[in-house]
Design a protein around this ligand. Sequence first.
Ligand code: BG6
Length: 473
Amino acid sequence: MGFRKDFLWGGATAANQLEGAYNEDGRGLANVDLTPVGEARLSVITGKRKMLEFEEGYFYPAKGAIDFYHRYKEDIALFAEMGFKTYRMSIAWTRIFPKGDEETPNEKGLEFYENVFKECRKYGIEPLVTITHFDFPIHLIKEYGGWRNRKIVDFYKKLCEVIFKRYKGLVKYWLTFNEINILLHAPFMGAGIVFEEGENEKQALYAAAHHELVASAWATKIAHEIDPENKVGCMLASGKYYPLTAKPEDVWEALEKDRENYFFIDVQVRGYYPNYALKFFERNNLKIDITEEDRKILKENTVDFVSFSYYTTRCISKEAADLGEGNLLESMRNPYIEVTDWGWGLDPLGFRTTINEIYDRYQKPLFVVENGLGAVDTPDENGYVEDDYRIDYLRAHIKAMKDAVELDGVDLLGYTTWGPIDLVSAGTGEMKKRYGFIYVDRDNAGNGTLKRSKKKSFEWYKKVIASNGEDLE
Ligand code: BG6
């Protein structure tokens, strides 16, 4: 009983949130480089404010991040010390194709990831690679308008072909798009979209969604052709919507909100558009160009497994939805649960509920590829942090996940916590919102030595992994 013997314990990161070295070795500029910390961030990541060049007076945290680019050996050694079986990370598209539409890839970029994968393998760590984690070449935004343009599918296919060939034998587990449903809520981050004045936003979003879904199916096809050993997954930002009350209207609203997110995974797992989505397009007069070839590719190339992030459940009422609240995946305050310093609900049982719901819906092997607590840490003079709050959060969530496996029979491949080493927050751009087992000396303004030190949770997670999730104390 308990977790499978080959359960993949580990941690998850994204290129732009930890690598830094944004302009080294031929890397091109990406959307994620141009998302500043502070107030302007929200309007930039949601595509409301155009910022395609660095502007005076802003701090761009991804430029330097935590400098993983130069320190990956040290960081991977620490992951290995914790006993990681897997390390989830992403590839920066602009290291491989700096502009996105070149004929030939950048050898330096390819080399960097090859070295990282070899370093992982040295310790028996299985890389789990997200092909795009909120990552998109700026040139493709300026020239083509981001994912709303079908041409991007071909550039993405090219990227896939190059990396699948180059890393054959080194990488087996792939995720096509990080939190694909987030493109509806943060279109610049999820799809390289900056809205034009007066544009029909829904049209742009669902056109982009269609292109990413088709690209994801192509990636699956290419991955399987290049190496039948490859396993390709989709990736959902999960977290069930609860109705605020038992009012039938609130229950219906919650169902609609859940569908907005499941829509993507429905297509990636089943291979066709669900009727509720086609009706939604019709009602909203959206013209999505779904070709015969698209249908065939989607149908024939469904994913091998379903991965997702889980931080919290959400809560919605009919009234709030009518007011436009509950967008941006924010939710109403659930009166039955506590929240973190950043207002995210603490709901381990909601994790079990969500895991079960996803399994019931798809009947595919699942992979939890993000979970964790973003909190303020106060290190002592040696960088040591007594992060019992983080241990408590993780313990409760791992227990809930264990129940889903042991008591409910869910087929779960692995679990990677978000940000095993402190990194830049995707939502706020802060360093202060820390998730790590490893503390990094850097602040919101980019000051600090970048020195790494182990927190209390480091030893705790090591024990969890060594006991395959049996020892959570
Ligand atoms: C997920 C993303 O949404 O949540 C990560 O895939 C992100 O990139 C993580 O960092 C946590 O969110 P935040 O805003 O606290 O960094």
